[in-house]
Design a protein around this ligand. Structure first.
Ligand code: SAH
Length: 273
């Protein structure tokens, strides 16, 4: 996958993209990330990228000309073709404007983006970006959450990290990214064939523990030490349900729940242990 980031702060990305799985995905050639300095697409002496808002009001707005020119230099397919391809489920490219007003960026959107050949991420600043960029250049607006950041750079880094780790081969064991929080599949598989893990099926992940088994008198749950994969799987599923009920009950509505899950939930809701 090729990812292009358009920003007025290109140096911001030295660091966030240079570690862990994102870095490895780039080194392995699974991802190629290019950062474009918006000021390179200005023509005045001051390299102006912003201007005052029409109609009055606070702050400055990112001007359309440098953004249009930058995007044109990337030689993508037309906005209409990108939109049509997405509707027809054959999307290959997406130009995304990071925006607090965007559609919520979720694990589902991340896995959708991970199937594309190319994503372009436009980082806004100040009061935002001239709306003509939304209407005529970007085919999608994404928000990483219901809060306002000062710029789209952190949001772009979040999107890149969530997407690159889903590229096949980026994480050592692909099965592990299929079993995490929010992931839709409900699988019960393990690298060695033992049936002790459970896919999240749209729930939050189950709790993880590692050595030492007893740390400052805080013991790891006994069930994880007994080698009974069936029991471990059942315990993990119950813990995932418990945590989801406690922290994100909204996720239960869309989750893939078995009859056993529903029984566990009924017990948990009635205060049972
Ligand atoms: N006036 C805007 C906020 C502008 S913040 C509003 O009220 O909606 C400046 C830039 O930060 C935005 O253009 C966007 O690129 C980025 N940004 C802010 N919050 C964001 C969020 N939750 N998700 C993604 N990008 C965000």
């Amino acid at each position: 996958m090729k990812a292009d980031i358009v920003t007025i702060f290109p140096d911001f990305f030295r660091g966030p993209l240079d570690h862990g799985i994102t870095r490895r995905a780039c080194e392995m050639g699974l991802a190629k990330i290019e950062v474009h300095d918006l000021r390179q697409f200005t023509h005045d002496r001051h390299r102006t990228v912003d201007d005052r808002p029409f109609g009055g009001g606070e702050g400055m707005v990112l001007k359309p000309e440098p953004l249009f020119e930058c995007l044109e230099s990337l030689q993508l397919s037309s906005r209409q073709d990108r939109i049509d391809d997405r509707v027809a489920s054959r999307a290959r490219q997406s130009v995304i404007l990071l925006s607090a007003q965007g559609e919520r960026f979720t694990q589902k959107v991340a896995s959708e983006l991970a199937t594309l050949d190319r994503i372009v991420l436009i980082c806004g600043r100040y009061e935002g970006v001239d709306e003509r960029v939304t209407d005529f250049v970007a085919d999608r607006e994404l928000s990483i959450g219901d809060y306002v950041l000062s710029g789209g750079e952190l949001a772009a880094a979040v999107v890149i990290e969530a997407v690159t780790r889903l590229l096949p081969g980026a994480v050592g064991n692909d099965a592990s990214t299929r079993q995490e929080s929010f992931t839709a599949h409900a699988e019960a598989v393990d690298a060695d064939g033992a049936d002790s893990t459970c896919g999240s099926g749209g729930l939050l992940d189950y709790p993880h523990y590692t050595r030492p088994a007893d740390f400052r008198a805080m013991a790891v749950p006994e069930v994880l030490l007994n080698g009974n994969h069936q029991e471990i799987r059942r315990w993990r599923r119950e813990q995932a349900l418990k945590k989801t009920l406690r922290n994100r009950p909204d996720l239960l509505e869309g989750a893939a729940l078995s009859e056993e899950d529903s029984n566990i939930l009924a017990r948990l809701k009635s205060g049972g242990k």
